[in-house]
Design a protein around this ligand. Structure first.
Ligand SMILES: [Zn+2]
Length: 386
C-alpha cells in the first residue's frame, strides 16, 4: 500500500510540498489552491486504499474457515453407464456451489475411484449387476474442482474397488487437478498452504489399502509428525457402523458386517491428544453428533452428502450437514454453521430449508453426549457456550 501512496504522491504533488514551503514562497493564488487540491487527492487516495490496508491486516490474524461434507460418489460407470447423472454430472453440485466454496478450505470424502474404461472390479460379487463397486469417469474430477473442493479423503471402503489401477488413476487425476488428498498407504498425509497457514491433512479407515483407523500407534505418529510441521492439523476418518442402527455414539469399538470399524469417540480424542485440531468423520451413511474436546471440533459422521443412484436415500440417509467452521491460529474452534442438505431424485444435493440435518444433530448431541460446550441455534449457527 505504501508503494501505491508514494506513487500517487509523486504524480500529484510538486516537491517540496509542505504547507510552509507554499506559504513562504509567496506563490500565486492559483498555485496556492493547487496545494489544497493535492492534499484532497492525497486524502482520497488514502481513503480508497484503506480497504487494502484492512485486508492485509485480516490475513495476519490467520483464522481459517473450513467447509466439510461427507460421502461423495457422483455417479458410477460400473456396472453400467445407467448410473451416471444427467448432463454428465455437470450440474451435480450446482445448487450448493456457493455454500461449498464459502471457505478457505473445502473438504469431502471421495467414496469411490475415478477411472474411465471397462475394467473389472476387484470386489467379489456373485452378481455383477448388484455389485456395489464405484468408479466415476475421469473427467468427473473437474466437477469436484469446479465445486471448490481443495482436499479429499480417499480412505474408505470403495477406494480399492478397482485395485491398484483405480487408486493410481484417482491419485494422478487429483494431483493434476491440484486437489489435495490422503488416506491410502502411498499417501498417508499431505501438507498444503492456505492463507499463509500450513495445513496438514491425513485420513484413516478400517479398509485394505488405506491408512488404518485401528492402528493407533501409526495414526498417532502421523498426526504428531504433521503437528511438528504445520499450523493446523485436520484428521479425517471413515469409521463406525453403517445405517440407522448405528447413528449413535457408543464410545465403544463398533463392529459392522464382522469388521472392526473403530471407536470413533476414542479415536477422535486420541488424535486430538496427539496434536489434531479438527476431526472430520464419515462412513455410517447417516449423520451423527458433533462434539468439542480440548477446544477442538469433532464431527463423528457427515453422512451422505452427494451419493448418486446406488444408495438408499430414505429418511436419515438422504440428509446431511454441510459444516462451515472457523478455527483460530491454534486450530481452536471459534464458531461455525450447519447448513442442512437433502438429496433429491437419485442423489442431487440441495439446501434443506426445514433444517432436518441440524435437528438430527441437536437430538443426537442430547441423547449421546449431553453438554458439549457448544450452542446450536435454530438457524444452525454454532457458538461456544459462555
Ligand atoms: Zn463407505
Amino acid at each position: 500500500m505504501f508503494i501505491l501512496i508514494i506513487f500517487v504522491s509523486r504524480i500529484t504533488l510538486p516537491r517540496p510540498f509542505t504547507m510552509r514551503s507554499y506559504l513562504t514562497s509567496h506563490t500565486t493564488p492559483i498555485e496556492f489552491l493547487n496545494f489544497f487540491e493535492h492534499q484532497i487527492i492525497l486524502a482520497i487516495s488514502l481513503i480508497l486504499l484503506s480497504p487494502l490496508a484492512l485486508s492485509a491486516q485480516d490475513s495476519t490474524t490467520t483464522r481459517l474457515s473450513i467447509v466439510a461434507v461427507g460421502d461423495m460418489m457422483i455417479g458410477t460407470n460400473f456396472p453400467s453407464d445407467d448410473y451416471l447423472p444427467p448432463l454428465d454430472g455437470a450440474e451435480i453440485f450446482s445448487q450448493i456451489k456457493t455454500q461449498l466454496s464459502d471457505a478457505d478450505v473445502t473438504f469431502g470424502n471421495l467414496e469411490g475411484v475415478i477411472l474411465t474404461g471397462d475394467y473389472p472390479t476387484t470386489k467379489k460379487c456373485q452378481d455383477p449387476k448388484n455389485c456395489y463397486a464405484f468408479k466415476m469417469p475421469d473427467h468427473y474430477v473437474a466437477h469436484f474442482k469446479d465445486a471448490g473442493f481443495d482436499v479429499l479423503s480417499i480412505a474408505n471402503n470403495h477406494i480399492n474397488d478397482f485395485g491398484e489401477r483405480g487408486i493410481r488413476n484417482t491419485t494422478k487425476l487429483l494431483q493434476d487437478a491440484g486437489i489435495h488428498f490422503a488416506g491410502v498407504t502411498d499417501y498417508p498425509q499431505t501438507i498444503f498452504q492456505v492463507n499463509g497457514l500450513k495445513i496438514g491433512f491425513c485420513a484413516f479407515s478400517p479398509n485394505r489399502g488405506t491408512v488404518r483407523i485401528n492402528d493407533l500407534a501409526v495414526a498417532r505418529q502421523i498426526v504428531q509428525d504433521l503437528e511438528s510441521k504445520v499450523d493446523i492439523v485436520v484428521v479425517s476418518f471413515h469409521g463406525g457402523g453403517e445405517g440407522l442402527a448405528h447413528q449413535h455414539i457408543t464410545k465403544q469399538t463398533e463392529y459392522y458386517l464382522g469388521e472392526n470399524r473403530g471407536n470413533p469417540y476414542q479415536f477422535a480424542r486420541d488424535m486430538i491428544d496427539a496434536g489434531a485440531d479438527v476431526i472430520l468423520g464419515h462412513g455410517p451413511h447417516v449423520t451423527r453428533a458433533i462434539d468439542l474436546y480440548k477446544n477442538k471440533f469433532i464431527a463423528y459422521s457427515l453422512g451422505n452428502f452427494s451419493t448418486y443412484a446406488r444408495f438408499n436415500l430414505q429418511g436419515e440417509k438422504g440428509i446431511s450437514p454441510l459444516l462451515n467452521i472457523n478455527v483460530d491460529e491454534n486450530g481452536d474452534f471459534v464458531d461455525g454453521k450447519i447448513v442442512s442438505i437433502k438429496l433429491i431424485g437419485e442423489g442431487i444435493p440441495v439446501i434443506d430449508s426445514t433444517h432436518q440435518a441440524l435437528l438430527t444433530i441437536q437430538n443426537l448431541i442430547s441423547t449421546d453426549l449431553g453438554d458439549i460446550g457448544l450452542v446450536l441455534d435454530k438457524e444452525g449457527r454454532i457458538s461456544l457456550k459462555e
